[in-house]
Structures are given as structure tokens and as C-alpha cells.
Design a protein around this ligand. Structure first.
Ligand SMILES: NC(=O)c1ccc[n+]([C@@H]2O[C@H](COP(=O)([O-])OP(=O)(O)OC[C@H]3O[C@@H](n4cnc5c(N)ncnc54)[C@H](OP(=O)(O)O)[C@@H]3O)[C@@H](O)[C@H]2O)c1
Length: 344
């Protein structure tokens, strides 16, 4: 398995801490008139941490919010409605470790004829050790990367995210926006290891944070390849951008061993911004006219930045797509149906 940037979670948390003191160039760019009124916005992992903060901010700006969650149904949705006074909040079940759940989620969106204006691929984990999913995948690989590859491709194929690529003619005035929630810790992670791609391998707490930044690099490479595939020759179809929220007081360290969890909890609680506050750059990326028609952008909190140079390598993006298709094919009988739809 390739290597990420940090060797332990405390080092990662302390680096995050420094981010709080950095100048935020675009901090005042989010305006009250940047509304999401009438927009359908879907957020994965919206019952907790950053996702909950994003759902709350989106509801405040008038969005029709869909919270895609594996737990907290209906409490988290009710809480967003109580906090914001909005009644336009729905919840749909989605477990990203379970292919059946991903397919049911897509069917549910299709049946409800949902057309997404803003998708925030937020759900992510940092487990302290490897865990196997039903399909034999390693959980962090599946939740932080592969499931996103699968459900976003299915959303595009089914026109749930309106797009010209699959001939789901947009008809909408605005360009749909996909936002990947990443981490700046992907910078410096080593290149994609294709020999071990999609192969389950045990790891422990030492390696976990390493793998976390590595899978963020993998995800950002896919986001870049997707942006290129959808938006060719200067014609904008769907905007695909990536954002690191910086440090967030969230539940991400929930499964860490007791002592480590206590240290991280203390750092998070005392120093890290609330999930609501940390969601503000995401709201900016989702609602601001400054992002209309922009694609393959990366923001680290409220600063424009470049991602790791490896992420922009076109050959690498194409190779990753091929390997991801291969893993998907191995674990999902309905893969060929998806693949055929690209040929027909
Ligand atoms: N916290 C930070 O400092 C920080 C910094 C940079 C980036 N991020 C990124 O921010 C995103 C949100 O994380 P967070 O910090 O807000 O952590 P969090 O509070 O633990 O939230 C994670 C969310 O992901 C969901 N999730 C986990 N496994 C899932 C699965 N199998 N299927 C569906 N949903 C699943 C969780 O649902 P359950 O509650 O049901 O488990 C939860 O809603 C992640 O992508 C993370 O990498 C966080």
C-alpha cells in the first residue's frame, strides 16, 4: 500500500490546527444573495459533523435538502428543520459499504424523479484499522473512494445529475455542481499503487492516517478525470470541484483507541471550528455565482489552491478509471448494464 503524508493522527490534527491561523482570501466573498432557493442539494453523510453543518447552511439558504445517510434517520433531518425553520428537508438511506444500498438509493432517487443541482460527496471515514465490507473491499477504500466512483457514475448515467454526456439534456439554466469533500493532507501522498488497488490488506492505527490521505489523493485524481471527461473543448456540462474544509470539530475520530480518541477530542473541541462554521466554504462553492461554470477547482477552506501535481496527470486519471471499472465489475453483477449504456 502506498504512503500518505502523516504518520500519526496527532501530527495531522496539529497541522490542521495551523490552518486556522492562515489568511482566508475569499472569506468575505459569500454573500447573503448567494441563495440556494429552488435548488435540490444532496449531501452524503449529512447526519453528523461537516455534513450536518452543510445541510443546515443549505436549508438556511432555501435549498431542497436531501440528506443521504446510513444513520440518524429521521432525527438528523428533524433537527435541521428545527434549527432552520425549513420544511424542505428529506432523508434517504445510504450505506456506502453496501452495493445493494447504493443501488436502492439510486432507484429511490430515480423513482422520485430527483434532479440534483448540487451534490456534496461528503461522507468519509478514518477508521483505526482495516475492516472488510460484504463485497470483500477494505472499508476506507470503499467509503472514501470506490462508492463515490460508483454512485456518481450511476447518477450521471440515470440523469439524476442532469448532463449532456449521457444525453440527459439539461434544460436547466444553471450547471449542476459536484463538490468532493477532501483533505489537504492528500498533498504529498504517494502515487496510486495499482498492484494493490482494490485488494484487501490489513492495517493498524499507525497506517490508518497514511491511508486516509492516500485515498483522498485517489479521490481527487478521479474528480479531476471526471471534470475532464464531462467538460470537453471548453463546453461546460457539469462542474466538478474539490474542497478541503480545514479542521472540523466532528466525530471523525470516533473509532480511535481510547487514549488517542481522548487527545483528539480535546484538540477538536478546544481548537477546531464547529462543523457549522467549517461548512461555510462549501456553501460558497455551492451557491456563489463566482463558481458558476467553474470546474476542476480546488479550495482549501477559503483559499484557491492547486491540488497535488499527481492529481492532474491525464494518463493517471484514465488508468484510475480503468482500474476502478475493473474492481466495480468484480463485485457488482449489474456493472455490465451500466457499461452497456455507454455503448448504446
Ligand atoms: N474533521 C476534520 O477535521 C476533517 C478535515 C478535512 C476533511 N474532512 C472530511 O470531511 C468529511 C466529513 O467528515 P467529518 O469530519 O464530518 O466526520 P463525521 O462527523 O464522522 O461524519 C462522517 C459522515 O460520514 C458518514 N459515513 C461514514 N461511513 C458511512 C457509510 N458506510 N455509508 C454512509 N455514510 C457513512 C457518517 O455516517 P454515520 O454517522 O452513520 O457513521 C457521517 O455522517 C469527510 O470526507 C472527511 O474526510 C474532515
Amino acid at each position: 500500500m502506498s504512503h500518505g503524508r502523516f504518520n500519526n493522527p496527532v501530527e495531522a490534527a496539529l497541522t490542521g490546527l495551523l490552518d486556522i491561523f492562515r489568511k482566508q482570501d475569499l472569506k468575505n466573498h459569500l454573500k447573503s444573495e448567494d441563495t440556494l432557493e429552488g435548488k435540490t442539494c444532496l449531501i452524503t453523510g449529512a447526519n453528523s459533523g461537516l455534513g450536518f453543518g452543510i445541510a443546515t447552511q443549505f436549508a438556511e439558504r432555501g435549498a431542497n435538502v436531501i440528506m443521504a445517510c446510513r444513520s440518524g434517520i429521521p432525527e438528523a433531518g428533524n433537527k435541521v428543520m428545527d434549527l432552520t425553520g425549513s420544511s424542505k428537508v428529506e432523508m434517504i438511506r445510504l450505506d456506502l459499504t453496501d452495493l445493494n444500498s447504493i443501488h436502492q438509493f439510486i432507484d429511490e432517487l430515480k423513482n422520485r424523479k430527483v434532479k440534483i443541482d448540487v451534490l456534496v460527496a461528503n461522507a468519509g471515514i478514518a477508521p483505526p484499522k482495516a475492516r472488510k465490507t460484504q463485497s470483500g473491499m477494505e472499508e476506507m477504500f470503499m467509503v472514501n473512494y470506490l462508492s463515490k466512483f460508483i454512485y456518481i457514475n450511476l447518477m450521471l448515467k440515470e440523469g439524476i445529475i442532469p448532463n449532456d454526456f449521457y444525453n440527459h439534456k439539461n434544460g436547466q439554466k444553471s450547471i449542476p455542481r459536484i463538490i468532493y469533500i477532501s483533505s489537504d493532507s492528500h498533498q504529498g501522498a504517494s502515487g496510486i499503487d495499482y498492484e494493490e488497488f482494490g485488494i484487501y490488506k490489513d492495517y493498524g492505527v499507525q497506517k490508518a492516517i497514511n491511508n486516509y490521505s492516500y485515498f483522498k489523493l485517489v479521490m481527487n485524481t478521479f474528480a479531476t478525470a471526471l471534470s475532464k471527461r464531462l467538460n470537453k473543448n471548453g463546453k461546460m456540462d457539469v462542474s466538478v470541484n474539490v474542497l478541503c474544509p480545514g479542521p472540523v470539530n466532528s466525530n471523525i475520530a470516533r473509532d480511535a483507541p481510547f487514549i488517542l480518541r481522548s487527545i483528539l477530542k480535546f484538540i477538536f473541541k478546544v481548537f477546531f471550528p464547529s462543523a457549522y462554521k467549517a461548512a461555510t466554504p462549501v456553501t460558497y462553492m455551492a451557491s456563489s455565482s463566482e463558481f458558476e461554470g467553474k470546474t476542476n477547482e480546488y479550495m482549501h477552506m477559503f483559499n484557491h489552491k492547486k491540488m497535488d501535481p499527481k492529481v492532474y496527470d491525464e494518463k493517471e486519471g484514465a488508468k484510475l478509471w480503468e482500474y476502478s471499472d475493473d474492481v466495480w465489475k468484480k463485485i457488482d453483477e449489474s456493472f455490465m448494464e451500466y457499461k452497456l449504456s455507454q455503448i448504446l
